[in-house]
Design a protein. Structure first.
Length: 132
């Protein structure tokens, strides 16, 4: 785009070289191109900043997560912490949880899938991670 605009600018300057306004063609075209790029890329920059920033969940959403965990309290010994945040538009929920000694991997995987599906129904698409 810059090469084309430079060629167009030089072409206009050469065509209108006998006129005084030909001195202003290159700066005007440069400003126009800068404005177009600023307009189109400002949306991409805003989206990139949103993707890079983490945002805490509202309190009512955190309570919904705790309600789902309370519903399954018999399947684990205790949970230590729940870390939830938005990373861009993606909701991430990390649950630090301690299982009983005799809990099998299949039971842990099953609980993870259950929590994932129940939280996705309530909160929309989210990523649930169990930290054991």
């Amino acid at each position: 785009a810059f090469d084309i605009s430079t060629l167009v600018s030089l072409l206009f300057i050469w065509i209108f070289r006998n006129y005084l306004f030909s001195w202003y063609i290159a700066p005007i075209l440069s400003l126009a191109i800068a404005l177009v790029f600023t307009f189109f890329y400002s949306k991409h920059i805003k989206n990139a900043i949103d993707e890079l920033s983490d945002r805490t969940l509202p309190e009512n959403v955190q309570f919904k997560i705790l309600k789902v965990l309370a519903k399954h309290e018999k399947e684990y010994e205790y949970f230590d912490d729940v870390k939830s945040h938005y990373n861009g538009s993606q909701l991430i929920i990390d649950i630090v949880i301690c299982f009983f000694d005799n809990t099998t991997y299949e039971e842990i995987a099953s609980l993870k899938q259950t929590l994932q599906s129940e939280l996705s129904e309530i909160l929309g698409e989210c990523v649930v991670s169990l930290i054991i």
